[in-house]
Design a protein around this ligand. Structure first.
Ligand code: URA
Length: 243
């Protein structure tokens, strides 16, 4: 199929869906944007289910070759907070779920420390949906090939706050090339949304100290700031005393 054919076939967006059915209606799973030259325009997907179908057929970059499952994400589709990781590891690739290894356990604990849960209050996604070999960092081209999916996820969920875990998420989504240690904990406002770069949980696993000023201690400051900001945004009032 030529690129031109793909572009016209990919334009299946004229019949908006009112709901998110398990088998997406008005959606032809054969119309896959197999070339990274074909953009994924805003408004392409009406549901995360549609995107999941495409991601599991996607050939936009070389990561497709090693894919068992595309890891599109999980959580509340109306969550006020979205968390963006780097990319699936082995367990994620096997299960199709994000952050299910040791990093995921730690992420759940971090969220629980401010009374948030991955299923109720957040949606967790990744810069790339397919596992990089040997868990290497995704290349800039891989991140770019997958970026349209991430932007569509943000459009569909419409979170108030987006947490960027680590430098890959920070660079992949906002194009900021600074080190995470420099910018973590600082709010970045773009297009009416608040982004906060935070340490990746895997980095915290490698740096277990809880001493004042340590990465874990800094993460504790950051997640409390996130909780405070969320409470302010939701109620317009000061946060609960327990936080
Ligand atoms: N699991 C994910 O889904 N993403 C990461 O960045 C790390 C582990």
């Amino acid at each position: 199929m030529s690129t031109d054919d793909q572009i016209s076939l990919f334009n299946f967006n004229s019949d908006p869906e009112p709901t998110s059915p398990p088998v997406p209606q008005g959606f032809n799973p054969e119309l896959i944007p197999t070339s990274a030259k074909i953009p994924i325009p805003p408004g392409t997907y009406q549901s995360m289910e549609q995107m999941k179908v495409h991601c599991n057929e996607c050939q936009r970059c070389g990561l497709a070759a090693g894919r068992t499952h595309a890891v599109v994400g999980e959580g509340n589709l109306q969550a006020p907070i979205m968390i963006v990781g780097e990319g699936p590891g082995q367990t994620e690739d096997e299960t199709g779920r994000p952050f299910v290894g040791r990093s995921g356990e730690l992420l759940d604990k971090i969220l629980a420390s401010v009374h948030l849960s991955r299923h109720e209050n957040v949606f967790i996604g990744n810069v790339v949906k397919c596992r990089p070999p040997e868990n290497r960092t995704p290349t800039a081209d891989e991140a770019e090939a997958c970026k349209g999916y991430l932007l569509e996820q943000i459009r569909l969920i419409n979170p108030k706050i987006i947490l960027l875990t680590g430098a890959t998420a920070l660079r992949g989504l906002l194009g900021i090339k600074q080190g995470i240690t420099k910018v973590r904990g600082q709010w970045v406002e773009r297009d009416d949304r608040l982004y906060m770069p935070i340490f990746h949980p895997a980095y915290l696993l490698r740096n277990p100290s809880r001493d004042t000023g340590s990465p874990k201690w800094l993460m504790w400051q950051d997640i409390q700031a996130v909780r405070t900001k969320l409470d302010e945004l939701i109620s317009g009032s000061e946060p609960d005393e327990e936080f």
